[in-house]
Design a protein around this ligand. Structure first.
Ligand SMILES: Nc1nc2c(ncn2[C@@H]2O[C@H](COP(=O)(O)OP(=O)(O)OP(=O)(O)O)[C@@H](O)[C@H]2O)c(=O)[nH]1
Length: 374
């Protein structure tokens, strides 16, 4: 142990988890814009191929540091996450950046186990950082269904030190109480509180010293095992992009997945592999015709809503001086104006769709037909 590693010198890290669209970014934005006088560095991890969350966050907070760890945190656990943490630490030591704590927003699809493991198993990380707590956001409207369908969502609840239930405004009290009772059965350790559009008392989420290794080892005896059986137990999308991490999820090509040194894919199995879930991106530098787009999206959400786990985008609309932010979870969609386009800025649309067996062609062709003049 050197001077850095006395417990009160360690930099506290909060892991923010929750299924796709549960309300993690909403909460994070809220935390970042609140006047709490603390400097927070953020590590973002996205399941989808594009860093749309990053764009959304940057709009609201100029001073924070955003580190992208694109792709899947589970796969990059011994690589990108350790690297991002070490990089932040070095920048902090040289005075290049200032922060007192870190929040990691994990991808909605991930089991948070491997992220937490990193703080105990990577010596360099453990020397400078301590895991303060795992905060899990559960969507009151979709939570029950998600918990039925998605083992990763169950793990997110299992690992939580605090559970925040978002979107209580969208359900009746009976449904809320049923979800609450289920969450309590799943994880009696964690306090459960409702959270309305990310409005939360910071004391509820930061510095709670919630992560207790002994408790975790009780619920997950393999937590500190070098080859954790869960280390890859989640569903992957087939990304059609290159984030330097080329996944091929045919089960027999795991030895050629390009993860690099330290990756443990070869050693573990993929029990909850859900190849039906995929993500794709639509991009264009041409503007949309707003009326056509509205009609198309309205229709597509009606037809594919149940299978559309998450969609979001920054839209370039003809005749509109601002970006439009569009996003949704299943049938619940919303749009809000974003930042104005800069005078010399290249305008363009970037949308990501994550869902089960989505017909990519239908989406792409339909969206192209909504482009102005198209
Ligand atoms: N009605 C209602 N909507 C909410 C609440 N909290 C968040 N939302 C909405 O839910 C949608 C998803 O919220 P996000 O914060 O982007 O969810 P996320 O968990 O970061 O999503 P991913 O990063 O894609 O997994 C957005 O349209 C939010 O405005 C809430 O308390 N009530």
């Amino acid at each position: 142990m050197n001077a850095h590693s006395s417990p009160d010198k360690l930099i506290p890290v909060t892991v923010l988890t929750g299924f796709l669209g549960a309300g993690k970014t909403t909460l994070l934005k809220r935390i970042l814009t609140e006047h709490h006088g603390q400097r927070i560095a953020v590590i973002e991890n996205e399941f989808g191929p594009e860093s749309i969350d990053n764009d959304l966050l940057v709009q609201h907070s100029d001073e924070q540091i955003i580190e992208m760890s694109n792709g899947c945190i589970c796969c990059t656990i011994r690589g990108d996450l350790v690297e991002a943490l070490s990089d932040l630490r070095r920048q902090r030591e040289t005075g290049k950046v200032k922060f007192e704590r870190i929040i990691i927003e994990t991808t909605g699809m991930a089991n948070p186990g491997p992220v937490c493991q990193t703080f105990f198993m990577d010596d360099e990380v453990a020397e400078f950082y301590k895991l303060d707590a795992v905060i899990t956001v559960v969507d009151a409207l979709h939570g029950m269904q998600t918990l039925d369908d998605q083992p990763e969502a169950q793990k997110q609840v299992g690992f939580a030190d605090r559970i925040l239930v978002s979107k209580k405004d969208l359900v009746n009290d009976l449904d809320y109480q049923a979800l609450r009772a289920r969450l309590m059965r799943m994880n009696p350790r964690a306090a459960i509180t409702p959270v309305h559009f990310g409005e939360v008392d910071l004391k509820e989420v930061l510095d709670i010293s919630g992560f207790n290794l002994n408790d975790i080892i009780e619920i997950d005896p393999a937590f500190l095992a070098e080859q954790h059986p869960d280390a890859h137990d989640h569903s992957h999308a087939h990304h059609d992009h290159d984030h330097g991490h080329d996944h091929h999820h045919d089960h027999d090509d795991e030895d050629h997945h390009g993860c690099g040194a330290g990756c443990q894919h070869h050693h573990h199995h993929h029990p909850a592999h859900d190849d039906e879930i995929s993500a794709f991106v639509f991009k264009s530098e041409k503007p949309f015709d707003p009326a056509k787009l509205e009609e198309f999206l309205g229709g597509i959400v009606q037809v594919y809503g149940p299978d559309l786990l998450r969609y979001k985008g920054i839209l370039y609309l003809k005749g509109v001086k601002r970006r439009m932010i569009f996003q949704g979870v299943h049938m619940m969609t919303g749009a809000e104006p974003g930042q104005p386009w800069g005078p010399r800025e290249q305008r363009g649309t970037k949308m990501v769709f994550i869902g089960r067996k989505l017909p990519r062609d239908v989406f792409t062709k339909g969206l192209e037909m909504c482009l102005a003049g198209g």
